[in-house]
Design a protein around this ligand. Sequence first.
Ligand SMILES: *Cc1c(COP(=O)(O)O)cnc(C)c1O
Length: 373
Amino acid sequence: MQFIDLQKQYQVLKSGIDSRIQKVLDDGHYIGGEEVKELSQKLADYCGAKYCLTCANGTDALTIALRCFGVGKGDAVFVPDFTFFASAETPALEGAICIFVDVEERTFNLDADKLDKAITEVLAEGKLTPKCIIAVDLFGQCADYTKIRKVADKYGLPILEDGAQGFGGSINGKKACSFGDISTTSFFPAKPVGCYGDGGAIFTDNKEYYDLMCSLAVHGKGSYKYDNIRIGYNSRLDTVQAAILLEKLKAFEDYELVNRNVIANKYTELLKEKYITPLVPKGFESSWAQYTLILKDAEERVKVQNALKSKGIQTMIYYPIAMHNQTAFKNYNFNLSDLKVSSNLADRVLSIPMHPYLEDSDIEYICNALLEI
Ligand SMILES: *Cc1c(COP(=O)(O)O)cnc(C)c1O
């Protein structure tokens, strides 16, 4: 059984996707076609953001957002310790120092109290300038922006919402990618809404940031493409991917997001007696980029993973290594006692198949296999 069954989704959406791709081929506007404009508007409307710029991938989206904040050498950027590498790689690439902050065990997301403490410590040490906070919507669930925004305001720092996995999630009806001063997402095929290649988007309500990101994404353009006023990037979503995303976004809005929640609720109902299942706090809705269990320890995880594998059920470990343990950051000094939740999760998490086309019989098969262990 596949972890994420993209072929099955394609079979369901085939006629719509095929005709949209064919239209792009017939029109011949392979870069910057009308589908790109239409998609940007739909994404902004869906997320409740004023502006949306589509770009080449979720990593570029983060980089461009950090450039808008002016992140560079001598700056401290606060990043959750438990995330995909790109959340930490991008500030490091701008020359900033990542200050890794522990997460809450049951939501896997940034711990606002520990964030406050980390900012205080950096200020007290006086070596780095706190510049921005990156909060990640891990596994489809928004970070706690009510608490995080309070901390951000206390120190006058902007928030970059890394919504690469969070698209479609919400807090009290307010959608992911609307919580950051700048928010980003990814359309990598395995994300809640994915294209058939790489893609990403950047969201903001701030016109100045929006104008700047439009310039950065097109070689730092000024009044037009061949007037270059800053060093930028070539980062755009091509028209074929935009066409595919228009069709996928429709399915996501019509029924996929609902199905993801129905499936997650069934998992939780069947598994909660025997396993630590994901916690969705009151008012939050997840888009279930992953459905992740917390097992007793690393040993039990190997056992469970092997037992499921022997029954043809694919599982994944997101993520096996906390950021502070990554080789790329080995020269950093960490206060390890402050990062123990994240280290512990790296040894214990296990994600089971999750996609909107799982059938009841699949869910029962997976849960029975888990309950028999
Ligand atoms: C996938 C992901 C990214 C990067 O997105 P790409 O489109 O693969 O570059 C960034 N942050 C998080 C949390 C992700 O899961």
